[in-house]
Design a protein around this ligand. Structure first.
Ligand code: XMP
Length: 523
């Protein structure tokens, strides 16, 4: 029935992209949930369709009872299944195909050719089309299982790219339709939702209502303490939680001494929430004294944060919970998303939590990506300046000062960042760029100013395009004539202002690396 909520179950086999599948489905207004592979079959059997995610294992070394039960359900009820990468190998293995390990390995962008029509590609890719897709696999299917038809294969090495069993409504892709690098992969996912007869009536407002209800049930009449930094995530999480429990929420703004100037200004725009200002910059800077390892910096900052929160919670009394603006990319990058994911960086609001933390956590944005947080922020009524600001990492300028953090370096970087950000706004570039910031390098180089030799720091400017921070490209010099002149002119101008106004810097460079292979932040 049209008014009923359709539901897709995503079975997570440990891929870094599992949440992206969920996000793409949510964007198409269909409700979905992610389940670990050890979930009891009864929990998922009422869903309208199933997606088996990718994963790092080889199916030759693992079995999935849940996947087998779902495939049996499909046999009797025709509930559609989409297997992606590892999910595809799992299905093929179940149907008796041979899986070869380390055969035709492919990582990154490649091309596939559409060979036949199928409801899964209709209207998305025509027969004969060569399509850019993202592959990431070591295993390959060697034989096509009985009942399945080959719909697309790899252009270079004939990889079995899409196979389907139309009568059983089972669809398998070797590539990842959920990532942006696959051209119109969302079209394939959309076809899958149609095949599963999903009504598209789930909205961000439904998410807000669910979260508010959950928070109210968890908290009861206890108090909640929250870290508010003026950044987008903590502001949106605060607004949502405040709508759920009102004055039971106590917000603390901790000045770590590692914030950008604009972050401090943003706090003034959040006056409607009860925010208490605490300056602990000396404590943070003294604990970072002599520390150069990025991971150690993150752990120290995370632990110090929680310590201060526990102290403040004691003072306030009857605090049962800590609310944080953790979002899903923080979770993935910290390696907490699945037991199989590896740690890229310990995001301090996840990886730095001390084992014996005495407050329970509320993280209402845990499953959202940055662009979804922005949509949510608008729905809960936050102003454009807060919602549109670039992401700012929890550990702040400490991870943008490469090597040892000192008060002098923090001041230099704060000045550079303010100039960079204001100049972007003057050129109307700020809202075009997903994230931009400066990095202070631990090296000095020779310059010449007013006939005198100088020997000062190098600062690197970074500006990236992205949609969720999971992948990113350097903001382009030449983008179909849109930015080329402006951006070059902008870079020269901003570099001049920095060198002239900031005494500690004598050279400015621009970082042109994508993510991957680099990350967005330098540490
Ligand atoms: P990376 O550098 O991992 O960054 O490519 C992806 C996005 O996450 C932000 N980031 C952080 N955010 N705590 C945060 O709250 C952190 O420790 C952290 N490290 C990186 C980064 O600014 C980018 O937007």
């Amino acid at each position: 029935m049209e008014h009923e909520l359709s539901k897709i179950a995503i079975i997570d086999f440990g891929s870094q992209f599992t949440q992206l599948i969920a996000k793409r489905i949510r964007v198409m207004n269909v409700y979905c949930e992610i389940f670990p592979q050890n979930t009891d079959f009864k929990t998922v059997k009422e869903f309208n369709g199933f997606v088996f995610s990718g994963g790092p294992e080889s199916v030759n070394n693992s079995e999935s009872e849940l996947a087998a039960e779902i495939i049996k359900l499909n046999e009797t009820m025709s509930v559609p299944i989409l297997g992606i990468c590892y999910g595809k190998q799992l299905i093929c293995h179940y149907f008796g195909a041979q899986i070869k390990t380390n055969f035709n390995r492919e990582f990154g962008k490649t091309k596939i050719k559409i060979l036949k029509e199928s409801p899964i590609v209709n209207g998305v890719w025509d027969i004969g089309a060569e399509v850019d897709v993202m592959m990431s696999h070591s295993d390959s299917v060697n034989t096509i299982p009985e009942g399945f038809t080959l719909i697309a294969s790899g252009v270079i090495n004939q990889t079995v790219a899409i196979i389907v069993n139309e009568s059983r409504k089972i669809y398998c892709t070797q590539f990842h339709p959920e990532v942006k690098h696959t051209e119109n992969g969302i079209g394939l996912l959309s076809n899958f939702l149609d095949i599963a007869h999903c009504s598209r009536n789930w909205t961000m407002q439904s998410f807000i209502d669910e979260q508010k209800q959950k928070i109210q049930n968890m908290v009861g009449n206890q108090k909640v303490i929250a870290a508010v930094s003026g950044g987008i995530d903590s502001s949106v999480a605060t607004a949502l939680t405040y709508q759920a429990i009102g004055p039971q929420l106590n917000c603390l703004f901790i000045d770590t001494g590692l914030l950008s100037n604009s972050q401090k200004q943003n706090i003034n725009m959040l006056q409607e929430f009860p925010i208490c200002y605490i300056d602990r910059s000396n404590l943070f800077l003294s604990r970072l004294n002599g520390i150069t390892s990025p991971e150690q910096k993150r752990k120290i900052i995370g632990n110090t944060f929680i310590e201060i929160f526990e102290e403040e919670a004691k003072k306030l009394g009857n605090i049962g919970f800590l609310m944080q603006g953790t979002i899903y990319s923080d979770v993935i990058e910290s390696g907490h998303a699945s037991n199989n994911a590896s740690t890229v960086k310990s995001h301090h609001n996840v990886g730095g939590l001390p084992e014996k933390m005495q407050l329970k956590l509320i993280e209402p944005l845990y499953y959202l990506f940055k662009d979804e947080v922005r949509i949510l922020g608008k729905e809960v009524g936050l102003v454009h300046e807060i919602i549109s600001q670039h992401p700012f990492p929890g550990p702040g300028l400490a991870i943008r000062i490469i090597g040892e953090v000192t008060e002098e370096k923090v001041h230099i970087l704060q000045e550079v960042e303010e100039i960079y950000s204001n100049t972007m706004k003057n050129y109307n570039l700020y809202d075009e760029i997903w994230q931009a910031f400066a990095v202070l390098l631990p090296i000095k180089t020779v310059g010449i100013m007013g006939d005198k030799r100088t020997y000062k720091y190098v600062c690197a400017l970074r500006a990236v395009t992205s949609s969720d921070g999971m992948t990113a490209d350097a903001f382009p010099f030449e983008d179909k004539n849109k930015y080329s002149l402006v951006f070059w002119d902008f870079l020269q101008n901003v570099s001049n202002i920095i060198i002239n106004k900031v005494t500690g810097v004598s050279r400015v460079v621009y970082d042109i690396t994508s993510k991957p292979p680099a990350t967005i932040e330098w540490e």
